[in-house]
Design a protein around this ligand. Structure first.
Ligand code: NDP
Ligand code: HSE
Length: 437
């Protein structure tokens, strides 16, 4: 059988990793796919850099549309990133009846509804395993392996860069800025690293997972997003004194009146496996009603882990391209005409436990004021710690862990606590999750 011919849009970290794997494992991949998979063309901005990597083995140019349009390209692999021109190029490939593989979670979270509708109408595949959790085959697991289940919740460490930064700060005492610079050097970070450290990239991935898990459209605009940029070494240390680790988690959970969609730093009990996922590694915990909890672990970013997922998609598309479109696995796991309109819960309606850190003047009655305010909101305290003031200081740190309560009540309590005359600065609030069944 003739080889299937691939056009790469982008030959950077993800594109380079994909290219290398396809070359190195060519024979093994052909034995699996039933045909050889050849890269015939690639588009980049810097031709000299790309030429140094691939030599004369493939056609190189700076016009990605030319790769999409090329008559010898069967599958378009978009690994450029960003919204435009990636969106227009993918829509153009679909309109030409070409299958697409992409790792672009930002694009899918924002424009996935449009892209999948176009692909459905044209009967082509848009595969995106590398868009979530790098090398972990979590899309395959959610869409196919767990298809018997009503998914109840997903909680994941799904941004390698922020997990790498938290690990370097905790284990090596690195500064935030140094750890981020190292993640960038290693090719983990997005072109705009704000996406990584402010939780936006994790929210993109969570949006995609929630769509597949619950059979809903992409709702990125309604995701609650908070990153790690304001976390301090003090909070990491205090959390550990109570037996917790802080991780940036993406959580989606079915509740009676909708589903939660939220990304934020989270205290997790240190004995949970997911609390011990370090560096660039990702992990996704999925709770299904039939299977119970399952955990997926692996490298969340980097050239070959990402390439591993891209190539898996290429093999899938190669195997499935002759299948009748109605008998392929639906893009988002559920049949396109059977999506649900389950609403996203506002963060103010979410129930969770909290870690609070307050700085107060060391005066009689301060703790009584704080506990009274919490009690007024029906918030029950699980543990409390007051640090001795440092020599010559008259301010103390007070750490409080609460039982589960509704976020709106916690908002009211924090406003009241911050207005006490004995308080210094804002209250730090970090949500906590037990991640039990
Ligand atoms: P890089 O910046 O390393 O690579 C981007 C590539 O696209 C480069 O080859 C660049 O060319 C090319 N490119 C960008 N814009 C254009 C354009 N307008 N015309 C032609 N070529 C263009 O990015 P990554 O590989 O890190 O990321 C690519 C995608 O993969 C993103 O969507 C990202 O979110 C996703 N992803 C990345 C992972 C990672 O670990 N890095 C993991 C999972 C997903 P040049 O080099 O010449 O500038
Ligand atoms: N910037 C992303 C991360 C790349 O650090 O997780 C993988 O999606």
């Amino acid at each position: 059988m003739n080889p299937i011919r691939v056009g790469l849009l982008g030959l950077g970290t993800a594109g380079g990793g994909t290219y290398d794997i396809l070359l190195r494992n060519r024979e093994e991949i052909a034995r699996r796919a039933g045909r050889e998979i050849h890269v015939v063309a690639a588009a980049v901005r810097n031709l000299a850099k790309a030429r140094a990597k691939v030599g004369d083995a493939i056609r190189l140019g700076t016009d990605p549309q030319a790769v999409v349009d090329a008559s010898d390209v069967d599958i378009v692999v978009e690994l450029m990133g960003g919204i435009e021109p990636a969106r227009a190029l993918i829509l153009s490939a679909i309109a030409q009846g070409k299958h697409v593989v992409t790792a672009n979670k930002a694009l899918l979270a924002l424009h996935g509804n449009e892209i999948f509708a176009a692909a459905q109408a044209r009967g082509v595949m848009v595969a995106f395993e590398a868009a979530v959790a790098g090398g972990i085959p979590i899309i395959k697991a959610l869409r196919e392996g767990l298809t018997a289940n009503r998914i109840q919740w997903i909680a994941g460490i799904i941004n390698g860069t922020s997990n790498f930064i938290l690990t370097r700060m905790r284990e090596a005492g690195a500064s935030f800025a140094d750890a981020l610079a190292e993640a960038q050097r290693l090719g983990y970070a997005e072109a705009d690293p704000t996406f990584d450290i402010e939780g936006i990239d994790a929210a993109h991935k969570l949006t995609i997972m929630a769509a597949i898990a619950f059979g809903v459209p992409m709702h990125f605009d309604q995701a609650y997003t908070e990153g790690i940029s304001r976390l301090t070494a003090d909070d990491i240390r205090y959390a550990e004194q109570f037996g917790y680790r802080i991780k940036l988690l993406g959580i989606c959970r079915r509740v009676s009146d909708g589903f939660e969609l939220r990304v934020h730093p989270t205290l997790i009990p240190e004995q949970q496996l997911i609390a011990n996922v370090h560096g660039v590694m990702n992990a996704v915990l999925v709770r299904g009603d039939a299977v119970g909890s399952t955990l997926y672990y692996g490298a969340g970013a980097g050239a070959e882990p990402t390439g591993s997922s891209v190539v898996a998609d290429l093999v899938d598309v190669t195997r499935m391209q002759t299948a009748d479109p109605d008998h392929r696995v639906p893009h988002l796991a559920f049949q396109a005409n059977r999506l649900s309109d389950l609403p996203v819960l506002a963060i103010s309606a979410v129930h969770t436990s909290y870690y609070l850190r307050l700085r107060a003047y060391d005066r009689p009655g301060v703790l009584a004021d704080i506990t009274r305010i919490l009690a007024d909101q029906g918030i029950s305290i699980e543990a409390m710690l007051q640090r001795e003031p440092a020599q010559g200081e008259d301010q103390v740190d007070v750490i409080i862990l609460t039982h589960r309560t509704v976020e709106a009540g916690m908002d009211r309590a924090i406003t009241a606590i911050e207005s006490l005359a004995s308080m210094v600065g804002p209250v730090v609030r970090i949500r906590m999750e037990a991640l039990a069944s």
